[in-house]
Design a protein around this ligand. Sequence first.
Ligand code: ATP
Length: 319
Amino acid sequence: MPASPVERPKSTGLHVGDAKPGVAKIDPIIVVDGVRRTFGGLTAVDVEHLEIPRGVITALIGPNGAGKTTLFNLLTGFDKPNEGSWTFDGTSISGVPAYKVARMGQVRTFQLTKALGLLTVVENMKLGAKGQRGERFWSSLIPAAWRKQDDEIEERAMKLLAKFKLDAKSNDFAASLSGGQRKLLEMARALMSQPKLVMLDEPMAGVNPALTQSLLDHILDLKDEGMTVLFVEHDMHMVRHIADWVVVMAEGRVVAEGDPYSVMQDPAVIDAYLGAHQELDLGVVTGRYAPEGAEAAPDAEVQEKLLAAGIAELEEEEK
Ligand SMILES: Nc1ncnc2c1ncn2[C@@H]1O[C@H](COP(=O)(O)OP(=O)(O)OP(=O)(O)O)[C@@H](O)[C@H]1O
């Protein structure tokens, strides 16, 4: 039997006034204004105003094609908008390239590509370290300084790998890892740069149940260690139990915001996005339960709305 998880309370009181799209946060780490990105005639992102709260876990959800990944790419400097601006930690970073954004403390996980799979696990980790002296011309002329820093980086990498239970695999090719281990490596690599904000793109995709708990615990640990987490995810069980705040996008816009319990009971969100598979409760593995007064699994009510929307019937017919 796995040990009972330590209960980790959700953060509340994050916003000012009613929870509606664009609502101001008490302490935002990211503030987005008028960001629009089009591809030909298609508007992929059209966000009027969005604030991401600091020091907590925010989920970005929405149907396929809602613009979540495009917004991630814009905020991290991997893509450029047609218009709009945003700040990170009070500094404008619109138009700042990805490597500089990462150096400022805002990192995202990126998928282990084929090329990175041909590097070892520890080599992947070293790529995540920022400001490596060996990259700079003058200091690279002093091999002793370079080696000392390389040793420090390797030591940090091995400590993180031990935390993520990947240390025994440090010299294996990254391509040999399982889907879940890859996700852990992607997260560990992001932490090499000691970030303030970690952005995770579908952390649960391809993860088998054996590693689910470990992955969720690591994400909750990031928050406990003082980092802000923003993640895109389709797995609603995870969103409900991990997120302190949820932002819903559809057709490029932010259509709803709020704590997970309210957002997931919003009929507009259910209609637009949620399936009928809400019956599982992850509180048992994450130690995150619904606050007093909120229904963790509002199954009967949700089921009713789904029936009204014709979604539950559809599921029945498909069986
Ligand atoms: N490079 C591109 N060129 C053309 N269209 C693009 C490009 N990138 C994204 N799009 C389009 O922009 C829209 C938003 O895509 P995006 O990938 O951001 O959505 P998403 O919410 O992340 O979806 P998913 O959940 O399926 O990953 C989609 O209609 C997509 O086809």
